[in-house]
Ligand binder design. Structure first.
Ligand code: PLP
Length: 400
């Protein structure tokens, strides 16, 4: 019989009842070091005292009122995001896919309102992940995810990640913008070259296209800067955020330049839950922590430590790890073809470490941004033991 909880996931047989910082405890009392952070989402760790206090206090006051009224928590959060980014205006929603949907709508609307309704195509990249709604499945372009769900939504053209010639070739009279993750997360923790990002900015300017960044996974401090595109020294026209922006409370956002945002007038886009008092209180609490002096520098420092440790592990275990890639605290171990990432993930669980598999046989590490140097050292020790477990024997290698 079908489980009452719809079986859309192959879940590990672990149920957690309590967390603190980078640690989680199962209902049967086992402790795990959490280097998955709910898929790069619980960026302040579990049960962060400031975040939980703010959420509890706000929930006890008023949780939801709808966007028929002013929401001071949303006004404050938007103003703070505007002050800390390229953006002039922010729309709040509830998830990454929803933020991306709104972002693409904003790009299409901009061209429609500036006399080019025929420009509605986004150039997207092979290996991308933009979410699970019908349109974002098309933006993602992965045949496996699209299969069985009818005709794809029109207007998403895919080119190889990092290939500037292919981008130029794909630009036509219908092209509206370019949509890219600064680091492909689900696709395999593949960072875009900073030069490639700069070239995308330039080609958008050359052809009057909008640069739309999906920073759902890379944003909110994960790269060691508030937004990953800041490493390239560029500004997008519009950007999506979710995952870390609410610290584990569902919250998404579209951040946009005025020239794009000004066409999203009343009636053009909406949400019932989005930008409510509770989610935005959580968002403000996250910013209180992340914008405090020294926080992002600390993330950058601890990320470099993890990076160096992973390189050492790769050198020590060449039969398991092929290479290390990523940025900040979004790092991936590219595994040898003989080593399957989901099996390595299970082996890490057996050692007490939570990680997340990603595409292209990569094991993803996305710890909370509050991890300490001692926790990085502990994770590296557990990964070392995991690599030993996963080292294939000579016979296994020969058989493959
Ligand atoms: C997770 C993710 C999404 C989808 O976010 P949801 O909240 O699951 O809808 C979109 N884009 C990127 C880059 C992501 O990592």
């Amino acid at each position: 019989m079908i489980p009452a909880l719809m079986p859309t996931y192959n879940r590990a047989d672990l149920a957690f009842e309590r967390g603190e910082g980078a640690w989680l405890w199962t209902v049967d009392g086992r402790r795990f070091l959490d280097f998955g952070a709910g898929i790069a989402t619980t960026s302040l760790g579990h049960a962060h005292p400031h975040l939980t206090k703010v959420i509890a206090e706000q929930a006890a006051r008023v949780m939801h009122v709808s966007n028929l009224y002013r929401v001071p928590q949303a006004e404050e959060l938007a103003a703070r995001h505007v002050a800390a980014s390229f953006a002039d205006s922010v729309f709040f929603c509830n998830s990454g896919a929803e933020a991306n949907e709104g972002m693409v709508k904003a790009v299409r609307k901009y061209h429609a309102e500036t006399g080019h309704p025929e420009r509605f195509h986004m150039i997207c990249f092979e290996g991308a992940f933009h979410g699970r709604t019908l349109a974002m499945l098309s933006a993602t372009g992965n045949e496996k995810y699209l299969a069985g769900f009818g005709p794809p939504v029109q207007g998403f053209d895919h080119v190889p990640f990092g290939n500037m010639n292919a981008v130029r070739d794909a630009i036509g009279p219908q092209t509206a913008g370019i949509m890219i993750e600064p680091v492909q997360g689900e696709g395999g923790v593949r960072p875009a070259d900073l030069r490639f990002l700069r070239e995308l900015r330039a080609v958008c300017d050359e052809f009057g296209l909008l640069l739309a960044l999906d920073e759902v996974q890379t944003g909110m401090g994960r790269s060691g800067k508030l937004w990953a595109h800041q490493w390239a020294g560029i500004e997008p026209d519009v950007m999506s955020s979710a995952k870390g922006i609410g610290g584990g409370f569902p919250l998404g956002a579209i951040l946009a330049k005025e020239k794009v945002a000004k066409y999203l007038k009343p009636g053009t886009h909406g949400t019932t839950y989005g930008g409510g008092p509770l989610a935005c209180a959580a968002g403000n609490a996250v910013l209180d922590v992340m914008l405090a002096p020294g926080f992002l520098g600390q993330v950058d420092g601890v990320a470099r430590l993890l990076w160096r440790g992973l390189l050492e592990l790769a050198e020590k275990h060449p039969k398991v790890i092929e290479g290390v890639q990523g940025a900040g605290l979004l790092l991936g171990m590219k595994l040898r073809p003989e080593v399957v990432n989901s099996e390595m993930q299970a082996a890490a669980v057996a050692e007490g470490l939570l990680t997340v598999a990603a595409g292209m046989n990569v094991l993803r590490l996305a710890p909370p941004l509050i991890i300490t140097e001692a926790e990085v050292a502990e994770a590296l020790r557990l990964l070392d033991r995991t690599c030993l477990r996963m080292t294939p024997s000579a016979a296994q290698v020969a058989a493959k």
